[in-house]
Structures are given as structure tokens and as C-alpha cells.
Design a protein around this ligand. Structure first.
Ligand SMILES: *Cc1c(COP(=O)(O)O)cnc(C)c1O
Length: 395
């Protein structure tokens, strides 16, 4: 096991794996087993008495999953972490563990669409009210506070405009008004390499591990990390709701995490370089990237993050069709949703996520027809730059 004060690269490689694997294996095996047997009834009884705790049935845990959870807890500086079959399973199970009927949730207006949908449509049906606010408007958050507010859920950076939340300011607000709500941060776009929400005062951090944590566009997973007692409570509910990760996905995630610091630093660098290139182009209307001084979250991001992430959004001086021509003219970028993998992806937000709305309806919610979201992968940045510049010629 790495020393407690090990650097993040050392933790990414070594944390979570036991010193001794079966047969001296370097990597943690995939425990492809749905259930576990006991030597005798005495061992079974000892297990249920909690001494020693061991594997029992797949829905309650798997050794490959546990190793991956220990690594993620180390990367987040958390007491514990819990894996799920998807990011949405992590978010929905966590929220259900935190709230009950009659309570209230505040969520960022520009949070992930399915998170908003879950709070408004699903939690609403169970008597939990929610209020949408601006991520960065502490005054709006304070006026949305109610006596029964139980959770503030927000994202940093957000999608697609990459607004960053000042977690420490949220925590200071909570102390000032002596409120007891929990602060839950979806840090999917940041990763623990760029942002450590728990150190800044958040109670829980969730990720869609499908994105940067997995990093290879080949798995679906989610994670929540935080103090061990809270994670244990969420684990108990997961045992009821069943949104578990399968051992093979846990193995792929464990493998991907070893290169997380390398990948994210490189994606930070490439994204910043491409954001600067695009800002200087006459075909580009506006670039949204927290690493640029023009971004509204630049100051917060510089203060609280160690990198600005691999996603860049921008608008073109073009209409819906012109923007589609640009997208279609790229050759390295795959046209599709998702982010965080080694393969660069690009999407025209109006067509990908808001296709059922008219141009006017999209404008009303701040989504321009020419808005492009680019998730930078690990290709040579010169190649990506050339691809974008060539494609701009097609607008
Ligand atoms: C993708 C994503 C999710 C959902 O995660 P899945 O793994 O797709 O279920 C939640 N939040 C953010 C910010 C995401 O990007």
C-alpha cells in the first residue's frame, strides 16, 4: 500500500490494491462471481455478526469493485467510495438516501438534464420539492433556502457552458446561516485531478465514471465518495435498489484509473491550446473554457482547480446548417455524446440534446443553434487543431 502522504500519481497506480494478490498477480483479478460460499455455518454466523466482514452476494459487493472503490476514495481524499452501474444510478441512489417526503432540494439550473429530470419529476412524485438556481449566484441560493432544504446539488464545471461553482463559498454560506443541508457536487467534468470538492467543504462528490475516470469510452459506471458513515448508508440503499456495477466494468475502471492523472493533465493542456486557437478565429463567435480569462468562472477555476478540463464549448458565426457542415467536416472527432475518453468527440448541442425544440425555444434556454461542445481526447494536439481549422473552412 502507498504511504499516506503519497502523491496523486502514486495513489492512482497503487491505492486500493492489496499488497498480496492471488498467485502474486500484479493486477487485481476480475472476480466474476455472483455469490460466495462459506466453509461452514460458524463462518456464516461470524460474517453476519460482522467479524470478519467478507463477501456474501454480488449485489452487496465484489472484490474487484472494492479495490476500485478504495482507489477512488484515496483519489478523492474520502473516507469511503461506492460504485454503481452508471452515473445516474450513483446520483439517484445518493439523492434517495439523503431525502425524504416533505424535504426540499436546491439544484443548479444548468445541471445534467437527467439529474434535473429526476429531481423534478421523480422526487417530486414522492413529495420532495426542488428549486432551480444559478450555480454561481449565492444570493439566489440563499433566497431559495427553506427550513426543510436537505441537499444542494450542483456540478462543476457544468455542461455545456463550463461554469464552475465556488464550493468553499457554499460551505461558508451554510455556516453563516447555520443550515444543515448537505452539499453534493457532481464533479464529472473536473475529476479529482482538477478539483477536490471534499477538501473545499462538500459532503459528497459524485461522478459519471463513464467519462474521465474510465477514460476509454468502453464502460458505464458511477461513483459517490464521502465520509464512511454516509457511504455505508448509501450502500445499504444500493443493496435494496440494485444499481450495482458488474465485476468486469469495475476491472476496466480500476485499470483506467491508473492513468487518470496522465490523461487528464494532457487533456487539460490540449483543451487550453485548442480553446486559444479557436478564440483567435474569425469564424468563431465565442469560446467557453474556464481556462480563458474571458470565461465568467475563470477566477474561481484558477483559485480552486488545478486544471480546467478537457471540454471546450464554442459558438460559430453560423446558423444551424452551417454549424452542422462544420461538424460533418471534422475527420478525427467522432460525432456523438459523452466525453472524457481517449477518443475526441464533438457535438452540435442543438441537434444532439435539444433536437425536439425550435430555434426560438432553444434560444430561450440559452442554447444557440451554433453551439458546439468538443471533448478533447488524447490524439496529437496538432492533428486536432488542423482538423478544426480545416473544418472551419466548411462553414
Ligand atoms: C454523463 C453524466 C452523467 C450521467 O452519467 P451516466 O454514466 O451516463 O449515467 C451525470 N452527470 C454528468 C455531469 C455527466 O456528464
Amino acid at each position: 500500500m502507498p504511504p499516506d502522504d503519497a502523491g496523486i500519481d502514486t495513489l492512482a497506480v497503487h491505492a486500493g490494491t492489496r499488497d498480496e494478490q492471488p498467485e502474486g498477480a500484479v493486477t487485481v483479478p476480475i472476480y466474476q462471481s455472483s455469490t460466495y460460499t462459506f466453509r461452514d455455518t460458524a463462518e456464516l454466523r461470524a460474517h453476519f455478526a460482522g467479524e470478519p466482514h467478507r463477501m456474501e452476494y454480488g449485489r452487496y459487493g465484489n472484490p474487484t469493485q472494492r479495490a476500485c472503490e478504495r482507489k477512488l476514495a484515496a483519489l478523492e481524499g474520502a473516507g469511503g467510495a461506492l460504485l454503481f452501474g452508471s452515473g445516474m444510478a450513483a446520483i439517484t441512489t445518493t439523492l434517495m438516501a439523503l431525502v425524504r417526503q416533505g424535504q426540499h432540494v436546491i439544484l443548479a439550473g444548468d445541471c445534467y438534464r437527467r439529474t434535473r429530470q429526476f429531481c423534478q419529476s421523480v422526487l417530486g412524485r414522492f413529495g420532495v420539492q426542488s428549486t432551480l438556481t444559478d450555480n454561481n449566484d449565492l444570493q439566489a441560493i440563499e433566497s431559495a433556502l427553506q427550513k426543510n432544504t436537505r441537499v444542494i446539488i450542483t456540478e462543476s464545471p457544468t455542461n455545456p457552458y463550463l461554469n464552475c461553482v465556488d464550493v468553499a463559498a457554499l460551505e461558508a454560506l451554510r455556516a453563516r446561516v447555520a443550515a444543515r443541508f448537505k452539499i453534493l457536487i457532481d464533479a464529472t467534468f473536473a475529476t479529482p485531478i482538477n478539483l477536490r470538492p471534499l477538501a473545499l467543504g462538500a459532503d459528497l462528490v459524485v461522478h459519471s465514471a463513464t467519462k474521465y475516470l474510465g477514460g476509454h469510452n468502453d464502460l458505464l459506471a458511477g461513483v459517490v465518495a464521502g465520509p464512511a458513515p454516509m457511504i455505508d448508508a448509501i450502500r445499504d440503499l444500493q443493496g435494496v435498489l440494485g444499481g450495482v456495477i458488474d465485476p468486469h466494468a469495475a476491472y476496466l475502471l480500476l485499470r483506467g484509473l491508473k492513468t487518470l492523472p496522465l490523461r487528464v493533465r494532457r487533456q487539460n493542456e490540449s483543451a487550453l491550446a485548442l480553446a486559444r486557437t479557436l478564440s483567435a478565429r474569425p469564424e468563431v463567435d465565442r469560446v467557453y473554457y474556464p481556462g480563458l480569462p474571458s470565461h465568467p468562472s475563470h477566477a474561481i477555476a484558477r483559485e480552486t482547480m488545478s486544471g480546467f478540463g478537457g471540454v471546450v464549448s464554442f459558438t460559430l458565426k453560423a446558423d444551424l446548417e452551417g454549424t452542422s457542415r462544420f461538424i460533418d467536416a471534422t475527420r478525427i472527432f467522432g460525432i456523438g455524446p459523452s466525453l472524457g475518453g481517449v477518443e475526441s468527440l464533438i457535438e452540435q448541442v442543438a441537434v444532439m440534446s435539444y433536437v425536439e425544440l425550435s430555434t426560438e425555444q432553444r434560444q430561450a434556454i440559452g442554447i444557440s443553434d451554433s453551439l458546439v461542445r468538443m471533448a478533447v481526447g488524447l490524439e496529437s494536439v496538432e492533428d486536432l487543431e488542423r482538423d478544426l481549422l480545416d473544418a472551419l473552412g466548411a462553414v
